[in-house]
Design a protein around this ligand. Structure first.
Ligand code: CU1
Length: 132
């Protein structure tokens, strides 16, 4: 028959296991890394509305824009009007390494366009809504 001391030790072990396993999902679920366009990357001829559809972007997630350097860029646009009109504002942050990762570090609308002539108009634009 188990002693009272053994039962207390067993209870302590169970509490530790519950505490550890309970904390793991919280840390792993907090950030997701998305490759924009999946295997198609950031390119002409990809439907980015369809790509974003159904995804739930959270603060702390990252977006990776992968493309041939020099073929495209990524302009971070602040206002919906510029996004709708495919206009890259004068001082908008522009990424151009070919492998650009954007940390979605605040909630709200995040708008991206390709600044190359005609690319945004033909579909290289991505809007995501980021929540806490
Ligand atoms: Cu482009």
């Amino acid at each position: 028959m188990a002693s009272r001391r053994m039962m207390l030790e067993l209870a302590a072990v169970v509490i530790v296991i519950v505490a550890v396993s309970g904390s793991l999902p919280a840390t792993t679920a907090s950030a997701a890394a998305y490759r924009v366009g999946d295997d198609s990357g950031w390119d002409n001829g990809v439907d980015y509305d369809a790509w974003a559809h159904g995804k739930r972007f959270k603060v702390g997630d990252t977006l990776e824009f992968l493309y041939a350097e020099g073929a495209h860029n990524v302009v971070v646009v602040e206002d919906e009007g510029s996004f709708a009109a495919c206009v890259a504002p004068e001082n908008a942050p522009t990424l151009s390494s070919g492998d650009d990762t954007v940390a979605l570090n605040q909630a709200g609308r995040w708008l991206f366009i390709c600044g190359f002539d005609g690319h945004c108009q033909s579909g290289m634009k991505l809007a995501v809504t980021v929540t806490h």
